[in-house]
Design a protein around this ligand. Structure first.
Ligand code: FAD
Length: 310
């Protein structure tokens, strides 16, 4: 069996694997797509000490770094089921979609998350060409430009407030007849001079010139009238979905599906740790996920030295 089995090969999982392997313990990583969300990222400018890199390059370097150690990488494999140890300090089982069963003294869940998409024409075509899901990552690219934020929940309204300080103008688009964000955020938003709020509005198409975004088409749901607004960027903020469906009923999840972790990365199941975007830890960023991966690996190591007699 493994000492540490990491499920997920994004920044959190890769960092966890490096930390575990450096303890000289038997470490494995199962991942559907090594690199994770970083593979879909263009420029990365907020990982301290790396002023600029690109997603695929960053992902390749993550994998190279892990391969410097004796880590068993099982790529293009999907974990489908987790079975807790029968006794404290026993073996946890991870069953893969292929039917293979892996046993480990500890498991680190780092399966990440995916952004909910609008699913309208133009959204995919202009992804990274004006359509983005991450204000912390891409806000500065739109300095002095006009953007839309889709979604009037906390993340959408926070994004609109954040962007209003950087860009020339923000149009916030909400499907419902009211914003769902906390009152204090709504008050802050409404106090900003360069923000328009469109309620009862359905985004229908991301418009572009073939190379980049030029506007957004939408329908006013109260009148059924269609309109367009000229802009350079569309920030989609309608939800981040953790990749944890396969865990429901085993580890404690929040109603939004995030794995509940404590400050050592422990989940509700003994010997099972979690890190990164799939957890309750706030701020979904590469450097945050990587730090959490280190915490979870050290947490798992602590668990091992307390529960297993060599
Ligand atoms: P992920 O990167 O999501 O990795 C999850 C891993 O788990 C993947 O290997 C996946 O294949 C695997 N997996 C999922 N389910 C299973 C399963 N059942 N079995 C096996 N493996 C599974 N952050 C920044 O800091 N700066 C940026 O500039 C930036 N830009 C971004 C741009 C885009 C387009 C996107 C989508 C995100 C961006 N982010 C950025 C956010 C950042 O990518 C994430 O916060 C970070 O990747 C989270 O790391 P993670 O390891 O928790 O999860």
């Amino acid at each position: 069996p493994f000492d540490v089995l990491v499920v997920g090969g994004g920044p959190a999982g890769a960092t966890a694997a490096i930390y575990a392997a450096r303890k000289g313990i038997r470490t494995g990583v199962v991942s559907e797509r090594f690199g994770g969300q970083v593979l879909d990222t263009m420029g990365i400018e907020n990982f301290a000490s790396v002023p600029y890199t690109e997603g695929p390059k960053f992902a390749a370097e993550l994998e190279n770094h892990v391969r410097q150690y004796d880590v068993d990488i099982m790529n293009v494999q999907n974990a489908a089921k987790l079975t807790p140890a029968e006794v404290e300090g026993g073996l946890v089982e991870v069953e893969l979609a292929s039917g293979a069963r892996l046993l480990s003294k500890s498991v680190i869940l780092s399966t990440g998350a995916r952004w909910r998409a609008m699913n309208v024409p133009g959204e995919n075509e202009y992804r990274n060409k004006g359509v983005t899901y991450c204000p912390h990552c891409d806000g500065p690219l739109f300095k002095g430009k006009r953007v839309a934020v889709i979604g009037g929940g906390n993340s959408g309204v926070e994004a609109a407030i954040d962007l209003a300080g950087i860009v020339a103008h923000v149009t916030l688009v909400e499907f419902d007849s009211q914003l769902r964000a906390d009152d204090v955020l709504q008050r802050k938003l409404r106090s900003l001079p360069n923000v328009d709020i469109l309620l009862s509005t359905l985004s229908t198409e991301v418009l572009g010139d073939g190379a980049k975004v030029t506007g957004l088409a939408y329908t006013d749901r109260t009148t059924d009238a269609s309109h367009t607004v000229d802009l350079d960027g569309v920030f989609v903020q309608i939800g981040l979905l953790p990749n944890t469906e396969w865990l429901s009923g085993t580890v404690d999840l929040t109603p939004r599906g995030e794995i509940v972790v404590d400050d050592h990365g422990r989940t509700s199941v003994p010997g099972v740790f979690a890190a990164g975007d799939c957890t309750t830890a706030p701020y979904k960023q590469i450097i945050v996920a990587a730090g959490a991966g280190a915490t979870a690996a050290l947490g798992a190591f602590d668990h091992l030295i307390r529960t297993s007699v060599p």
